[in-house]
Every structure is written in structure tokens, then in C-alpha cells.
Design a binder for this molecule. Structure first.
Ligand SMILES: [Zn+2]
Length: 502
């Protein structure tokens, strides 16, 4: 093996040991860590994360990467090529970010998280404002230190942050895509709201126990072919997926006794993330740990949650599972009523509880606010008022306090630029769904007893190369087309026109 590659692999292996420790502690922090221990544990996580970062910043390591980048040729395998390219680009991006500054960032994010949790509990934005202001200041500072990647525009700091989550995506791309969404979804929402169709939802709040919901969760994971020898399920305030290691991808959910759908769809969504991580080629983890963008990830989780998970066939499958573990929930309810209830459109305040249709508005609102903060210097103290204004404008609803308004999500404790990935995920998955339809009888596959056939198609077309390509290259290879919002908007329009008999 090339001596530079060998040295790189050795350092990556060591860095992954630190990261592995940091991830397992992060998982603990968000699941069972006691409140009073959180600050200290956050500091320890920051320490381990920074040890890994320091290894990447070691001058000898950087020289190996640069030399490998110069020597790269056709004889190299695609994993090594992608890894070296990725490391070299990251090196350019971070060339002015010192380990000291990186540690300062990590500490600011940990402090912001702790303040946010307290502020949310008290429903009081002012308790979070100062640390969020610091996060915004540091975000701007980071972008001003990232002048070495030629394709990024120095005058649009938000582009730099977007690039962290979705390589190659720009403010211009998002303005176009979200503009198209608003153009078609705003009038469609008005039509839906004016529709005379009545959808029955009373049974969705029937009381269920934690044990019943847990039984349903394991059934669904089994149906989705989640390998429990390489996974785990537990609870947390906010459901999430943690890719702890190559053979260890864990998901969480949250049980409410009067809203069984909340946990059910968290499990489907997070299992989508987990399947993606667990089913990439074996070499992937050794080269990158994980190198997927948030948009790629959300495309898969939301594909399972919505396109598959809220289809009529899937609704029928889940109906039978519900009838088995919590029969009173569907007593006197038809399968058609069950399917329609999974697809009601109700403008609401909480993003994570939003229906498939109105979800995009929640993302657009956050995008428009964070873009203003980074590109135009909007002061973070203006967030609550702007938040309320936009919710009224797009969805016709108004939060009565900050907890159900701008404090609902934790994402901003780690900086800006994450949210667009959720909506981009819907654009990608609608595109590959159209491609899958050409080769798979999707309805039949869903009714076959497991999602094995669908997963196999996903593995071959969607998952296999995700770590090796930028999202734009990836979606082009899967579909042969450039990123567009058209497939998503056509899908939404057809589905809801039928359900609401428009
Ligand atoms: Zn997700």
C-alpha cells in the first residue's frame, strides 16, 4: 500500500477511537445521563472530540494527505480516492481553524445546549438569547476563516455553513427550490383547508401503554429488517439515531400515552437512518466512519417515514400490527379511515409533529430566519417576533409561548444551516422513488411481509455510493437528472388531491 495512505489510515483508526468514545457518551447524555451531570459530561465529550480533531490537524498527517492527493491515480480504489479528496477538502476548509478555536466552539455549543434545555422548560427565549448570540458570532467567525475552498462565496456566510451539512448546496439553490415549493404549496394548502372532506382522527388519541408501544416499535423494526444484533432501541426526549460504530447503530423514540403515532413514526424515521448506516459496503466505515450529508440521510429516513410509511399499503400492514398489540385503538375503525388519519393535513406549531404536507413550511421558515442571521446580520433577539410573523403568514397559526415557538428545536445550539437538509431530503427521495417505481412493484413489496425487496433496491442504488459522492453527483447518478423540486411537488399534489377529493 502507498506509504501516505498507510499513515492516513493509521491516524484515522486512532481518531475513530476518540470519536467512538465521544459518540457513546453523547448517546448516554441524551438518554439516561442525570441532569446535574450534563455539563461535566458535555465537557468530557468536547475533550474527546477535540483529541480526534487535533490528530487531523497534525502537520505530519496533513502532509500525508497532501502528498496522497498529489499521487492519486486510476490504480486506486474508489474508497481511497474519495477519502483522500474529502480529507484534502476538509483540510483546506479548516486550515485556519486551530484546535483551541475548535475547543472554544465545542464548549459554546455545549453551553448553548444546556441553556436551551432550561429555557425551553421555562418557555423563555431570553434565557437562551445570550448563548445563541455567541453561537451566531462564532458561526460568522468560522465562515470568515474558511476562505480556502474556491467554490464558496465569501460574501454569503450562509453558503459556508450549508456546505458543512450539504456539500455543494448554495443559498441560490435553496432560494430557487423553496420558491417553487411556496408557489405550488401555498394555493394547494388553501384548497385542502376549503375541502369538505372530513377525516376521522378520534381514535389516534386512544390511551396506550408504554409496553404496547414498545411491542409495536419492535414489530415495525423487524418488518423493516433492522438487524437488532447491530442495533438498539431506547427512549430520549427527542428521538435520534446514533451511529456509534460500524456494527452499532442505535435509535431512540419517545412514548406518549395518548399519541401512539408519534413514537411509531419516530421509529420508522430513525430506522430509516439506521438502515442507511448499517447497509453501506463494509469498507465505508474504515475510510470515513460516516460521510453522508444530512440531506442524503434525511432523504432516506423520510422516504421510509412518508413515501413508504404513509402509503396505503404500509397503512394496511401497520393496521394489522396495531390490531394485534393494541386492538382497542382500531376497534370500529376501517383500514381506509386508518390510512386517511395518517395523512391529515393540519397546520400546526411543532415541526417534529407536523404532517407530511405542512412540514416543508416549517423548514422554509427556519431557513428564511437563519439565512437572515448569517447573511444579513439579523440580531438573534428578533427571532421570536419573526418566528411568529412567519408562522402566521405561511400556516395561519401563532405560538402562545417560546416553547412551542422558536425554542422547540435544539439544532441552533450547534449553529445554523442544518434545517434545509430536511426539505432537501424530500426532493431527493421523491426523485429516486420515481426511479424505483420503474423496477419494483412497490405496493406488492410493502405487502410481502417485510421491506427486504425495497431495502435491496435502496442498497444498490441509493446507499452504496452515498459516502463517496456529493449530493449533486449522487442524485445525478441515481436518477440521471439534476436536483429538482418537481417530483416532490407532483407527488404531494397527486396524493393530497386524491385524499381530500379536490
Ligand atoms: Zn432524521
Amino acid at each position: 500500500m502507498n506509504q501516505h495512505l498507510e499513515a492516513i489510515r493509521e491516524t484515522l483508526e486512532l481518531a475513530d477511537k476518540y470519536s467512538h468514545a465521544a459518540r457513546i457518551m453523547q448517546y448516554d447524555l441524551e438518554t439516561i445521563c442525570p441532569q446535574n451531570a450534563m455539563t461535566k459530561q458535555g465537557e468530557t465529550i468536547a475533550f474527546f472530540g477535540n483529541e480526534a480533531f487535533k490528530l487531523m490537524k497534525d502537520p505530519a498527517f496533513e502532509q500525508h494527505v497532501e502528498a496522497a492527493y498529489q499521487q492519486m491515480d486510476e490504480s486506486w480504489n474508489e474508497f481511497d480516492v474519495a477519502m483522500v479528496k474529502q480529507l484534502y477538502r476538509g483540510q483546506l476548509k479548516n486550515s485556519k481553524i486551530t484546535p483551541e478555536f475548535n475547543l472554544e466552539l465545542a464548549k459554546a455549543h455545549q453551553k448553548a445546549f444546556a441553556d436551551w434545555a432550561r429555557a425551553k422548560e421555562a418557555a423563555d427565549f431570553s434565557m437562551f438569547e445570550d448563548s445563541l448570540k455567541e453561537v451566531a458570532r462564532l458561526d460568522r467567525q468560522v465562515t470568515s476563516l474558511r476562505s480556502e475552498v474556491p467554490e464558496l462565496h465569501a460574501d454569503l456566510p450562509y453558503d459556508y455553513k450549508l456546505d458543512d451539512y450539504e456539500e455543494g448546496m448554495t443559498t441560490a439553490d435553496l432560494d430557487r427550490i423553496f420558491g417553487e415549493c411556496k408557489e405550488r404549496l401555498v394555493p394547494l394548502l388553501k384548497k385542502i383547508q376549503a375541502s369538505k372532506k372530513k377525516i376521522r382522527t378520534d381514535f389516534l388519541s386512544r390511551k396506550v401503554t408504554k409496553a404496547q408501544q414498545e411491542a409495536l416499535a419492535y414489530k415495525v423494526m423487524e418488518y423493516m429488517c433492522y438487524d437488532m444484533n447491530r442495533g438498539a432501541l431506547t427512549t430520549s426526549e427527542h428521538p435520534f439515531t446514533m451511529d456509534v460504530a460500524k456494527d452499532d447503530v442505535r435509535i431512540t423514540t419517545h412514548y406518549y400515552d395518548d399519541a401512539f403515532l408519534s413514537s411509531l413514526y419516530s421509529v420508522v424515521h430513525e430506522s430509516g437512518h439506521g438502515l442507511f448506516e448499517l447497509n453501506v459496503p463494509g469498507e465505508t466505515w474504515d475510510h470515513f466512519a460516516t460521510n453522508k450529508t444530512m440531506g442524503q440521510h434525511e432523504s432516506v429516513s423520510r422516504f421510509y417515514e412518508n413515501i413508504i410509511g404513509r402509503s396505503e399499503a404500509f397503512a394496511d400492514v401497520v393496521y394489522d400490527m396495531v390490531a394485534e398489540v393494541m386492538p382497542h385503538v382500531v376497534e370500529g375503525v376501517s383500514k381506509k379511515e386508518f390510512f386517511e388519519a395518517l395523512n391529515t393535513v393540519t397546520p400546526s406549531l411543532i415541526r417534529t409533529e407536523a404532517d407530511e404536507f405542512t412540514y416543508t413550511f416549517h423548514v422554509i421558515i427556519r431557513y428564511e430566519i437563519e439565512k437572515e442571521i448569517l447573511n444579513n446580520g439579523l440580531d438573534v433577539s428578533e427571532i421570536p417576533a419573526l418566528w411568529t410573523k412567519k408562522y402566521k403568514e405561511y400556516l395561519g397559526v401563532e405560538p402562545s409561548n417560546d416553547k412551542e415557538g422558536c425554542l422547540q428545536d435544539m439544532h441552533w445550539t450547534e449553529g445554523f444551516g442544518y434545517f434545509p437538509a430536511y426539505a432537501l431530503g424530500n426532493m431527493y427521495n421523491a426523485m429516486y422513488y420515481n426511479r424505483m417505481k420503474e423496477e419494483v412493484d412497490i405496493e406488492k413489496a410493502i405487502r410481502s411481509g417485510s421491506l427486504a425487496e425495497i431495502n435491496a433496491w435502496m442498497q444498490e442504488h441509493v446507499w452504496k455510493k452515498a459516502d463517496l459522492q456529493t449530493p449533486k453527483e449522487w442524485i445525478m447518478e441515481i436518477t440521471g437528472r439534476e436536483l429538482t423540486s418537481r417530483d416532490f411537488l407532483d407527488y404531494i399534489e397527486a396524493k393530497y388531491t386524491k385524499i381530500y377529493e379536490l
